[in-house]
Design a protein around this ligand. Structure first.
Ligand SMILES: *Cc1c(COP(=O)(O)O)cnc(C)c1O
Length: 430
């Protein structure tokens, strides 16, 4: 197998900082050049990715051509709906990335340096772009288990010779811990500090924290890291959906977590198949060794392309530059707009909420008195979903009635949702 363990030196963050200014300057320079060549030469025309001469995509709406319904997404950054919509700059940079061959490990190292610089991560931290937060969870643990031992890397999920256990609070179990189990590791559930003390042993490879479950567990986010560090056990935090606030991107590294996972294709609006594994440089390096592009490795199925790597870095840059207060205000305005229109109908009420952690964005519960508006929340959601246009709102998950967020809506879609809800409620009004 063609594993290379040599690029660790290029992993050094300091050597990169000196060249950063130059890299930015050349980037700005080349952009200018392609817009208006200073030397009088004609720039090579590039294909317009919005225009395809014939066949699939030639109408500009590939989904319609394939007969697949596009939806108005009032639910949120759901992977089953395609996550999020990328910014034009991310589209463009991914197209740029398609035009050259590069060494993927070298590109990952360079992306990691750029990311740690942008996030001002503590010394000794770096990052790689993964296929998503789930990919970051699996390869992060795989790296902790194998380190740079080639035999171990090939051997996973057979853990012979390696540590075998990951400690997790019982209330932190969730569908994404399948990625932990995928390495062959066994999850050891604990509840109290005392349980934890008893559970820690020579077989303990890692202590895992699910950030959205912070309030559910007896041991909170900062204490979990401290207890792990005191026992010299690597700590991992799954913070997949935990931006906004933007500060979460560096908070957990500053707290001391060894590895941190974020989704790229959720609120950051990176490529849908992207995520960040941020952490201590050696562990991030070991994670990459367990990932594509290497071949006889557990993570080969979690391929990350040059397009996703570059797209993720650009999305992060744009996300950091965003006016987050203004965005929040706009998301709230959309919900207020819908609320004003639908609460004009007798029996319909709304309540504004905001999850404390994970999907920390303005959210709205829509409930109604079924004696006055005779339709069940399930039927209402189904009618909206099968209407034209198709509208997706959540129901049954976070409380009674329907619930929605507005951060994945396109301009004007708040009015469309309001109109369709009004028509639906009127049609079933007593
Ligand atoms: C979405 C999510 C994941 C998976 O993230 P991807 O980027 O889709 O792989 C993992 N953990 C939590 C808590 C999530 O919300």
């Amino acid at each position: 197998m063609a594993l290379t363990f040599k690029f660790k030196d290029s992993w050094n963050r300091r050597s990169f900082l000196g060249t950063l200014g130059a890299a930015f300057a050349s980037l700005a320079g080349s952009r200018k050049l392609s817009a208006a060549p200073a030397n009088g030469t004609v720039a090579t025309p590039q294909p317009d990715c919005n225009r395809i001469a014939s066949g699939l995509g030639s109408t500009g709406n590939v989904y319609e051509e394939l007969g697949v319904t596009t939806v108005i997404n009032g639910q949120g950054t759901m992977t089953t709906l395609g996550g999020s919509l990328g910014r034009p700059e991310v589209e463009t940079i991914m197209t740029q990335a398609m035009r050259n061959f590069v060494s993927i490990p070298e590109l990952e190292a360079a992306a990691g340096k750029r990311i740690s610089q942008m996030l001002k991560l503590p010394d000794g931290y770096t990052a790689i772009v993964t296929s998503g937060a789930a990919g970051a969870i699996q390869s992060g643990l795989a790296g902790i288990l194998t380190r740079d031992n080639e035999k171990f890397i090939r051997q996973l999920p057979d853990l012979t010779g390696m540590k075998t256990e990951v400690i997790i609070q019982k209330s932190h179990r969730n569908p994404f811990d399948h990625q932990l189990r995928g390495t062959g590791a066994k999850l050891v559930e604990i509840e109290s500090r005392d349980d934890l003390k008893k559970a820690i042993g020579p077989q303990t490879a890692m202590m895992h924290f699910t950030n959205f479950a912070n309030s559910a567990g007896q041991i909170k986010v900062d204490e979990w890291q401290k207890l792990a560090a005191a026992a010299s056990i690597p700590s991992f935090i799954d913070a997949a959906a935990d931006t906004p606030p933007v500060s979460h991107l560096w908070d957990y590294a500053n707290m001391g977590y060894d590895l941190i996972a974020f989704s790229g294709g959720k609120a950051m609006r990176g490529p849908q198949c992207s995520g960040l594994l941020i952490g201590k440089a050696d562990l991030v390096h070991f994670a990459l060794l367990n990932n594509s592009p290497y071949e006889d490795v557990l993570g080969r199925g979690q391929k990350v392309g040059k397009e996703e790597i570059v797209g993720m870095v650009k999305a992060l840059e744009l996300y950091l530059a965003e006016d987050h207060d203004a965005l929040n205000a706009e998301w709230q305005r959309r919900l207020d707009n819908i609320s004003t229109k639908i609460t004009a109908i007798k029996g319909v009420s709304t309540k504004m909420t905001m999850p404390e952690i994970a999907n920390h964005v303005p959210s709205m519960q829509i409930t109604w008195d079924q004696k006055l508006v005779a339709i069940s929340p399930g039927d209402a959601a189904h009618t909206l979903r099968s209407g034209k246009p198709s509208i997706v709102l959540a129901h049954g998950e976070d409380g009674p009635g329907l619930s929605m967020t507005s951060f994945m809506l396109q301009p004007g879609e708040d009015d469309i949702i309001a109109d369709h809800l009004v028509a639906l409620f009127r049609a079933h009004a007593a």
